[in-house]
Design a protein around this ligand. Structure first.
Ligand SMILES: Nc1ncnc2c1ncn2[C@@H]1O[C@H](COP(=O)(O)OP(=O)(O)O)[C@@H](O)[C@H]1O
Ligand SMILES: [Mg+2]
Length: 457
């Protein structure tokens, strides 16, 4: 690949400002903050790759298998996986606009510079400053109605592309150079009326579109994951009941596609982007060993919050308590999927904290995802201290709790609270309308087993 150059901007202060320059070669990426940006004292690329730490010095990022670019920028690119819907969609868009498919690195570069703006979080990337200025000054297209014309429409990319079939032709024409989003489930970033979902959608808001609100529309692949949207809704309800901040959501169906529209919390009430960075990006920014979103442990995340040299979350104790409570609730709800990309940090009104909840889907309802957890905690299952038996669930939880610096009373207190919050879990699962019986049965069994294990505390 030839050496390339791009620019990073942000609208985090309400006005578009340039953050810095990005240079990429086959071997590495280099990013430099603009002096004028540094003087604004705003958050930069990420919590670790910050203007405070780097100042005017060049941030050098040697390419790794997983990260062509510094992790906060890589987060703007859906992973190169042939089954990834967002990647597919954006590659198709680029192809229709005359950008040829090439190596993964070149594709990543094209995605980053041609569609890496208006997506999740506060970073916008462009091929040039002129492109940035032009983009920021163009209002988003007006909203359109989601048409329910073709009742035979099933789920496939081809169908998705004709999904908005109208005078403009197809989805790609409709949504234009759409910002992209990561994750495994097919999804689109759209805007809807502020009052709530009513079947009209538009592109994500740009500036001052305050009569609209931004949503992530997650589409249900009902062959692989029947009922996943209502499971996500259940997960959000339970987390809300447990006292976590959760976004508004709307379950919907159009043309036989079930979906859940979830309000984005990386935009404030004025549609201004909020600093948001996943724990994956934070950890990977500081540690080259971290290559996948489960290359860590909850204990390590907890230690990270205690790091004396860097403040990730202002209230360290609250951060660790949040983590413990999230993990316990993920056990009780059969989530099993609380990985590094499903946890994010935000800076709101100058205060850094965990973001509201997203992706709390009880994934263990689906047999291929039926595992206790994607990441280790308290050496669960390991042989330690010359013991004959591996560390069991109870001991692992105690060890994890201890590693967070908490006493046993706090653990018991949180467990009791969450046992109460989930005391009607089995009925709630049984009441779901689309999750197949077999999956319900499994999920309920999983819940009961964890409940029994936690009841000994
Ligand atoms: N409501 C939201 N507001 C802001 N960002 C969100 C929201 N929901 C999800 N995200 C971001 O989008 C990414 C993908 O969404 P997620 O629900 O985790 O999808 P998947 O099930 O495919 O993993 C998340 O990792 C997070 O960065
Ligand atoms: Mg996710």
């Amino acid at each position: 690949m030839r050496d390339r150059h791009a620019v990073v901007w942000t609208r985090i202060s309400g006005e578009p400002v340039k953050m810095g320059e990005l240079y990429t070669t086959e071997l590495e990426s280099r990013f430099v903050y603009d002096e004028s940006f540094i003087s604004l004292k705003l958050p930069g690329l990420g919590l670790i790759l910050s203007p405070e730490i780097f100042g005017l010095s060049t941030l050098k990022w040697t390419r790794t298998e997983r990260f062509d670019f510094p992790p906060p920028l890589q987060s703007l690119i859906p992973p190169a996986d042939e089954h990834n819907f967002q990647r597919h969609l954006i590659m198709n868009y680029l192809e229709t606009s005359g950008v040829k498919r090439a190596t993964d690195l070149e594709n990543d570069w094209n995605i980053l510079t041609l569609s890496g703006h208006g997506g999740i979080g506060h970073l916008d990337t462009f091929a040039s400053d002129e492109k940035a200025i032009a983009w920021y000054s163009t209002p988003a297209l007006p909203q359109k109605e989601l048409l329910a014309r073709d009742t035979t429409l099933g789920f496939s990319l081809k169908n998705m592309l004709t999904w908005f079939d109208d005078e403009t032709g197809n989805l790609l024409d409709f949504i234009g150079p759409t910002p992209s989003v990561g994750g495994a489930i097919p999804k689109l970033l759209l805007s809807i009326p502020k009052a709530g979902w009513n079947g009209t959608v538009g592109l994500p808001t740009r500036f001052g579109n305050t009569q609209y609100t931004d949503v992530i529309l997650k589409l249900e692949k009902d062959t692989a994951y029947p009922g996943i949207s209502e499971l996500e809704a259940l997960g959000l309800d339970i987390h809300k009941k447990a006292g976590f901040e959760t976004p508004r959501y709307w379950l919907t169906e159009f043309n036989g596609i079930h979906a859940i529209a979830i309000e984005r919390f990386d935009r404030d009430e004025k549609c201004i982007p909020v600093f948001q960075e996943s724990i994956f990006s934070v950890l990977a920014s500081g540690n080259r060993e971290i290559q996948s979103h489960y290359d860590s442990s909850y204990d390590q995340i907890g230690r990270m919050f205690d790091n004396p040299r860097i403040v990730l979350i202002d209230d360290r104790r609250a951060a660790k308590k949040h983590l413990l409570k999230r993990l316990l609730l993920s056990f009780l709800t059969g989530n099993g999927d609380l990985h590094l990309e499903n946890l994010s940090i935000q800076i709101r009104k100058g205060v850094s904290d965990f973001s509201p909840i997203y992706d709390p889907v009880p994934m263990r309802a689906y047999s291929i995802h039926n595992m206790l957890n994607v990441m280790p905690f308290g050496d669960y299952g390991d042989y330690i201290d010359d013991q004959n038996d591996p560390v069991d669930f109870t001991l692992a939880l105690q060890r994890f709790n201890q590693s967070l610096g908490f006493d046993r009373n706090l653990l018991t207190e949180i467990i009791n609270e969450l046992l109460m919050v989930t005391d009607d879990f089995c009925e709630q699962v049984n009441q779901l309308s689309r999750l197949p019986e077999e999956n319900k049965k499994n999920l309920i069994q999983i819940h009961k087993k964890i409940r029994a294990l936690l009841s000994v505390f």
